[in-house]
Design a protein around this ligand. Structure first.
Ligand SMILES: Nc1ncnc2c1ncn2[C@@H]1O[C@H](COP(=O)(O)OP(=O)(O)OP(=O)(O)O)[C@@H](O)[C@H]1O
Ligand SMILES: [Mg+2]
Length: 336
C-alpha cells in the first residue's frame, strides 16, 4: 500500500560512551490518507525517536540514521537538507511534542507564535497571518481570540496551551499531524476535550495523524490503526478493533490484559508487564520480548520474527511472533 507516508527499514542508533544504543530497528509501515495511527509501547521502545528521526530532529551526534527511508510527498525526508526539512516541519507536517524544544516560547505573545509559521510557510502578510491566528484560536475552541492573541503563554491554562500548540501544528493545513504524548500532563477531562478537538480537526482538514501514547483508552477513542512497539521494533500492527479483540503478539496481549472493558472514557496506563525491557546496547539475537514472554518457544530466543500478516486475521493485521497466540491461549483455556 502506498500512502501519504512510507517508512521503510528505518534504523536509528545513538553512539554513546557506554556503547551504541539500538533505539529503532528496521521499522517499516505506510500511513494512508486520512488515517490515524496510534503508536503504543512501554518507555524506551523507540516511539519518540522514530518520529524525531523522520523529522530530522535527532541530535547528530550522538544520533545517527543507520538505514531506511521515509517517503513523504514523493521525497525521502532522510535525504533532505536542514533548510528543506524546516520547510516540511510545521508546513506539510505539523507536530506537537511534550518536550521543551517544541513548546511555547514564554516571551512571545501567543498570536506571534501562531502567525509566525503561517508567514514563513504560507507567505501570508503579517496582517493576514494575525487574522488566520485568530481563526485558528477560534477553531481550537479558545474564546475571545482577538484578546487572547495578545497574551503570553503563562496567561493560559495547561489545557489551553496544549490547544495553542495544536493550533500552531495545524496552522498551515498540514497533510500529517504527529503528536507525541501531548495530553499526558493534562487532567482526564481536558484530555478528552483535546482528543475531541483533534477528531474534529481531522474531519474538517482531512489530515493523517500519528498519535504516540501510553494510554490504550486514547488509542481506542482516536486511532484507526494501532502499532505496538517493543525494543525499537514494530511487534504488531493492525486495525484498532482487531488489536483489541484478537491480539497476536504476547506483548500486545500483556498490555491489554489488565484493561477492563475497552472504550471507556477513563485514562488507563498500559499494564506493567513483569521483567526488564531489552538491553538496547546489546540487543538479544532473538525476539527481544522472549525473556518476558510466557509463551516463548526455543526459536524465539534464536531468531527475530519478521512482521507478517497474522494467519486468519483481518487484512492489515500484522504480527511478529514465532508462536500462535490464539492457539496457546485456547490451550490454557484463557480466551481473550
Ligand atoms: N540522545 C540519546 N542518546 C542516547 N540514547 C538515546 C537518546 N535519545 C533516546 N535514546 C534511547 O533510545 C531509546 C528509545 O527512546 P524513545 O525516546 O524513542 O522511547 P519512547 O518509546 O518514546 O519512550 P517514552 O514512552 O518514555 O517516551 C531509549 O533506549 C533511549 O534511552
Ligand atoms: Mg517518548
Amino acid at each position: 500500500m502506498s500512502g501519504i507516508l512510507d517508512v521503510s527499514g528505518l534504523t536509528v542508533r545513538f553512539d554513546t560512551p557506554a556503547g551504541t544504543v539500538h533505539a529503532v530497528n528496521d521499522v517499516s509501515y505506510s500511513l494512508a490518507d486520512g488515517e490515524t495511527l496510534g503508536v503504543v509501547g512501554e518507555s524506551g521502545s523507540g516511539k519518540s525517536v522514530h518520529v524525531l528521526a523522520m523529522l530530522g530532529l535527532i541530535a547528530r551526534p550522538p544520533g545517527r540514521i543507520a538505514g531506511g527511508s521515509v517517503t513523504f510527498g514523493g521525497r525521502d525526508l532522510l535525504t533532505l537538507s536542514e533548510a528543506e526539512l524546516r520547510d516540511v516541519r510545521g508546513g506539510q507536517i505539523g507536530f506537537v511534542f511534550q518536550d521543551p524544544m517544541t513548546s511555547l516560547n514564554p516571551v512571545l505573545t501567543v498570536g506571534r507564535q501562531i502567525a509566525e509559521p503561517v508567514i514563513r510557510h504560507r507567505g501570508l502578510s503579517p496582517r493576514q497571518a494575525w487574522q488566520r491566528a485568530a481563526e485558528l484560536l477560534d477553531l481550537v475552541g479558545i474564546a475571545d481570540p482577538e484578546r487572547r492573541l495578545r497574551q503570553y503563554p503563562h496567561q493560559f491554562s495547561g489545557g489551553m496551551r496544549q490547544r495553542v500548540m495544536i493550533a500552531i501544528a495545524v496552522a498551515c493545513n498540514p497533510k500529517l499531524l504527529i503528536a507525541d504524548e501531548p495530553t499526558t500532563a493534562l487532567d482526564v477531562t481536558v484530555q478528552a476535550q483535546i482528543l475531541g478537538l483533534v477528531r474534529d480537526l481531522k474531519a474538517r482538514m482531512g489530515m493523517s495523524v500519528i498519535w504516540i501514547t501510553h494510554d490504550m483508552g486514547v488509542v481506542a477513542g482516536l486511532a484507526d490503526t494501532v502499532q505496538v512497539m517493543y525494543g525499537g521494533r514494530i511487534v504488531e500492527r493492525g486495525p484498532v478493533r482487531a488489536i483489541f479483540k484478537d491480539p497476536r503478539n504476547a506483548y500486545t496481549w500483556g498490555l491489554l490484559r489488565a484493561l477492563p472493558d475497552h472504550g471507556q472514557r477513563v485514562q488507563r496506563r498500559l499494564h506493567q508487564i513483569e521483567g526488564q525491557p531489552p538491553d538496547l546496547y546489546a540487543p538479544p539475537k532473538g525476539d527481544p520480548f522472549a525473556p518476558r514472554n510466557p509463551f516463548a518457544t526455543p526459536r524465539c530466543f534464536e531468531q527475530i520474527p519478521p512482521l507478517v500478516p497474522a494467519a486468519g486475521a483481518v487484512p492489515g493485521h500484522l504480527v511478529a511472533a514465532w508462536y500462535d497466540l490464539p492457539r496457546l491461549l485456547a490451550q490454557r483455556g484463557d480466551a481473550r
